[in-house]
Design a protein around this ligand. Structure first.
Ligand SMILES: [Cu+2]
Length: 183
């Protein structure tokens, strides 16, 4: 049995099915959006990432002392208690760039047993890891917050540390270093 599978008649051109003008019009319709998207991607890439506003003072609250037990805040991302507390380290925005402040303060003195809250106010992950750097054979053996994501916080518990000075650094950006002194 023999099949004739010719799809076109001999007098029909099987390839050119449109006019050059119509073809160019279609091409322009495709290329213009590509140019616009390309421009946005190349020159406005940074604008596509949302950068949280800098952490500012929390809304005014009644200045009642000993309010730490109050659980009035329903915010999921309540900022760390402002200043005053000596047991807080913050990682400011831009810390991932070498030369910028990395830990604030970068040297802190606490009493043994204090729990240091580390709040990451930057837009990339950081750590507070014991040791002088990745090459330190004792790196992370004394304490390690592990990765703290942007806008989140971690803790360093000093209960297991003897009095003394402890260097720490960021495993993601080893040029970020600081010092914890336990009394
Ligand atoms: Cu870091």
């Amino acid at each position: 049995m023999e099949l004739n599978i010719t799809m076109t008649t001999p007098d029909e051109n099987p390839i050119i099915r449109t006019s050059p003008a119509r073809f160019m019009k279609g091409l322009v319709i495709i290329i213009i959006p590509l140019i616009v998207l390309g421009y946005i991607t190349v020159f406005h890439w940074d604008d596509t990432a949302s950068v949280p506003p800098p952490v500012s003072a929390p809304p005014p609250a009644p200045a009642a002392p000993d309010s730490t037990g109050a659980e009035s805040s329903t915010s999921a991302n309540a900022p760390a208690p402002a200043a005053a507390s000596a047991t807080a380290i913050s990682i400011p925005a831009g810390a991932a760039t070498q030369g910028n402040p990395s830990y604030t303060p970068d040297s802190i003195t606490v009493s043994k047993g204090d729990v240091i809250t580390v709040s990451n106010e930057d837009t990339v992950p950081h750590t507070v890891t014991s040791g002088s750097g990745p090459q330190d054979p004792n790196s992370a053996k004394l304490f390690d917050t592990s990765i703290i994501m942007a806008a989140e916080s971690g803790e360093v518990d000093t209960a297991t540390l003897e009095a003394g000075e402890y260097q720490y650094y960021c495993t993601v950006h080893p040029f970020m270093t600081g010092l914890i002194t336990v009394q």
